[in-house]
Design a protein around this ligand. Structure first.
Ligand code: SF4
Length: 413
């Protein structure tokens, strides 16, 4: 494998659902992050950024030489169209590096109100061929986020023929419908996926009922956990990454503005390492099995490479059970308190005697036994409780700020 002459190193684009996730994404190697405001973004429940928070986020990211793209990718109704110009003016002041849109009307309005602002077309627009890329380029779009439902051969051909930047999802949740173009959640829960409020009805457990037997639910058993008719496995294209770089994809995007800080840190860490290793030495590239194992440590529904090798077979895409993980996320290192203790922001309970792991850039994983613990005032503690900060002994293990603290769990959820 090789890189083509004059090819620029591709970008790693990471979700930032809040400020903590933004800092984590940047620490673990994001080149760019994407986030949403309180309106117009396709993740209504992602803990989106207020205008003031977005301003702080852009300032912080730019200080770290990281780009920020703001999602305005709902399918707009008339009411949204009326409100958009004011919002665009606020975004202009904040100065993100691009806006992500999918609705043609929104693209047109951004072009009209912010002629200098780069527009990235969201994957939600389902672009599956180079003619569509050409069309969007003529509308003033600078980058197209390709549909997830494309094979490597199709992506290669689009990269060869399209003349604008191309972005590809490489990791995260998949819809059973065409990337979010789905009415299921609206019908079943009154929550509109196309306006950022999907209830993920495709992932619910379903039973069979007979119309005259109210309250009687007959199980349909796909496996011992029941049946999840429409529940797609999650996308993981780590193995395909070298081929996608070779094809000429400009940006690799990780899905998950609603996922945890742990997910953001671990997934960014692995894809950062893979892109860097391939870029430095394409001919000798190998993927260490530990990197793939790291991806198993985050909550997921099993992995699929989906459409990358053509039409997915049944076991590549469907009928999987609910999310599982093999680690508990315990906390985030704030900073070493002194040479013997590090301060940790606690996410989940842990106690003296626990053996934990510290995940750092690399990915590097180191084991630490919690032999004692203190509160912020230095008083001894037996147990660390969520939403507190505690001091844990360093024991010679490097613990840089933003390192993730986790504990292996025997029972897999
Ligand atoms: S219900 Fe499922 S398939 Fe439909 S938009 Fe939501 S996540 Fe996607």
């Amino acid at each position: 494998m090789h890189n083509t002459p004059n090819q620029k190193k591709p970008e790693l684009l990471v979700p930032a659902g809040n400020f903590e996730k933004l800092e984590t994404a940047i620490h673990f190697g994001a080149d760019a992050v994407y986030l949403g405001g309180e309106d117009f973004s396709l993740r209504a429940r992602a803990g989106n950024f207020s205008i003031a928070e977005m301003e702080a986020a852009v300032r912080f990211a730019h200080g770290e030489n990281v780009k920020v793209y703001v999602a305005v990718n709902i399918f707009a109704h008339n009411e949204d169209v009326r409100k958009l110009p004011d919002y665009l003016m606020q975004l202009k002041e904040i100065g993100p590096d691009a806006l992500i849109a999918s609705d043609p009307g929104m693209v047109r309005m951004i072009r009209r109100h912010l002629p200098e602002m780069p527009i990235h077309l969201s994957t939600q627009a389902n672009t599956t061929n180079w003619e569509s890329c050409q069309f969007w380029q003529e509308q003033g779009v600078e980058r197209v986020g390709l549909a997830r439902e494309l094979s490597l051969d199709e992506i290669r051909e689009i990269c060869g023929k399209a003349e604008l930047e191309l972005e590809c999802f490489v990791h995260g949740a998949m819809c059973i419908s065409y990337s979010g173009r789905c009415w299921m959640s609206r019908f079943m829960a009154g929550r509109d996926a196309n306006r950022g409020d999907c209830a993920q009805s495709c992932r619910w457990e379903y039973f069979l009922t007979e119309s005259k037997r109210e309250g009687e639910y007959f199980p349909i058993e796909g496996d011992e956990k029941g049946v999840y008719l429409f529940n797609s496995k999650d996308l993981c294209l780590l193995e395909a990454l070298p081929h996608l770089i070779q094809a000429g994809v400009n940006s690799f995007k990780i899905e998950g503005r609603m996922k945890t800080t742990y997910y953001v840190g671990v997934v960014t860490n692995v894809y950062r390492a893979a892109i860097d290793r391939y870029w430095e030495s394409p001919h000798n590239f190998t993927l260490p099995p530990e990197w793939r194992e790291e991806l198993e440590s985050v909550s997921h529904r099993g992995y699929t490479d989906a459409f990358i090798h053509g039409e997915p077979k049944d076991d590549r895409l469907l009928h999987t059970f609910s999310p599982y993980r093999n680690y508990d996320f315990l906390g985030i290192v704030q900073h070493p308190a002194d040479s013997s203790f590090a301060k940790v922001k606690v996410k989940n309970r842990f106690q003296v005697g626990d053996s934990v792991e510290i995940v750092s850039i690399g990915p590097t994983v180191r084991q630490v036994k919690i032999e004692n613990m203190r509160d912020e005032e230095g008083n001894p503690l037996n147990e660390a409780k969520p939403n507190t900060q505690v001091l844990i002994p360093i024991n010679g293990v490097p613990m840089e700020k933003h390192s993730l603290v986790r504990k292996k769990i025997e029972k897999i959820f």
